[in-house]
Design a protein around this ligand. Structure first.
Ligand code: ADP
Length: 331
């Protein structure tokens, strides 16, 4: 599909180049032809006084023949030049067309993969619901208690679908449309994020400690709060009850940073390179059973950091804990 689009664009570019080149060649041919004509006429009128009418006639015939040869030579040169423009222009147009299409191609591939991944994830809860309902409908003696249990289970799947669609929506909404131009105090973003997550922390009796030093980034306040909330939410999800989490902000190497440190299950070195991928969840039994999630949090966090021209670093030791640090350009 992209190959044929590239060929179409090449044809357009080349068409424009050739029209310009041919118009110039025709104009050049006329101007140069007229000059040659004028030259011959001038020379013939110059010899008019010296030569007999017979010689003059001969001379002007010879000059006419030379003029025809000169014109033919000029035409051949212009045709050769246009052929060269056609070949070089064609190659350059194709290269330019590929370059123009490349980012569109990449973006479209990304969209396709996103849609495929999302439908795959949506299918799991939908299939579970479908089979439960089908089994219940085939049972003529379905009791009220069984029906209630079925509805309860369906409701759980619906809640999962809602979480998933909200995650997908957030990820889609952060496609370069946010304005990252405000001075944002990262300690305030962290405070807001902590306020959002406090209930989850209390449920697990987790102590959220803070160590805030001045740290002003340039960015979008709502997105940076979201980023902090994702990291704190994960720290709570993947830490044992009663443990401690430290949320810190500050400046380092000309960057404003936000750090979330937990003493939880940690991440295997082999999983580290993939945790920022969409829908990736490290495969530990604890993880899949207990912590709710679809592997979208860190993908969104990375996207927010990227949109701010910042980056996220992570260091982790299994069964000891993880440290996530976000570095952002200073205001
Ligand atoms: P989710 O938490 O919904 O699974 P994320 O994208 O936020 O998705 O995280 C991806 C994976 O990275 C998680 O499934 C988990 O395995 C791992 N992870 C993220 N944060 C932590 C953390 N603080 N401690 C241990 N593992 C983590």
């Amino acid at each position: 599909m992209f190959h044929s689009a590239a060929l179409k664009i090449t044809a357009w570019y080349l068409g424009i180049i050739m029209v310009v080149s041919i118009v110039f060649s025709v104009a050049l041919y006329h101007v140069a032809g007229n000059d040659l004509d004028r030259n011959v006429n001038r020379q013939v009128s110059y010899y008019n006084g010296f030569l007999s009418p017979f010689d003059l006639n001969n001379y002007s015939q010879i000059r006419e023949q030379q003029l025809d040869q000169d014109r033919a030579h000029l035409r051949a040169n212009l045709v050769a030049l246009n052929l060269l423009v056609l070949i070089v222009g064609g190659a350059a147009s194709y290269a330019l067309a590929r370059r123009t299409l490349e980012p569109i191609e990449t973006a479209l591939e990304g969209q396709k993969r996103f849609a495929a991944d999302a439908s795959h994830e949506l299918r799991t809860p939908l299939t579970a619901m479908q089979s439960e309902i089908e089994v219940a409908l085939r049972d003529p003696k379905l009791s009220k208690t069984e029906a209630v249990a079925l509805l309860g289970s369906n409701l759980e799947e619906v809640a999962k679908l809602k979480t998933l669609s909200e995650g997908l929506l957030k990820l889609a909404n952060h496609n370069g449309r946010i304005k990252t131009n405000q001075a944002v105090h990262l300690d305030e973003s962290a405070r807001e994020a902590i306020a959002r997550m406090e209930k989850n922390a209390q449920q697990k009796n987790i102590d959220l400690e803070t160590k805030f030093k001045p740290s002003v980034a340039i960015g979008d306040p709502a997105s940076l709060t979201e980023l902090a909330a994702i990291l704190i939410d994960n720290a709570i999800k993947y830490s044992p009850a009663g443990s401690k989490i430290l949320v810190a902000t500050g400046q380092s190497k000309k960057a404003a940073f936000l750090r979330v440190e937990d003493h939880g299950q940690g991440i295997k070195a082999s999983d580290l390179p993939r945790i920022f991928d969409r829908f990736y969840r490290a495969d530990t039994s604890r993880n899949k059973d207990q912590a709710e999630g679809y592997g979208l949090g860190l993908a969104l966090a990375k996207k927010i950091a990227d949109l701010h021209h910042g980056h996220i670093e992570v260091s982790s030791t299994v069964d000891k804990g993880s440290v996530f640090s976000v570095y952002l350009p200073q205001a």
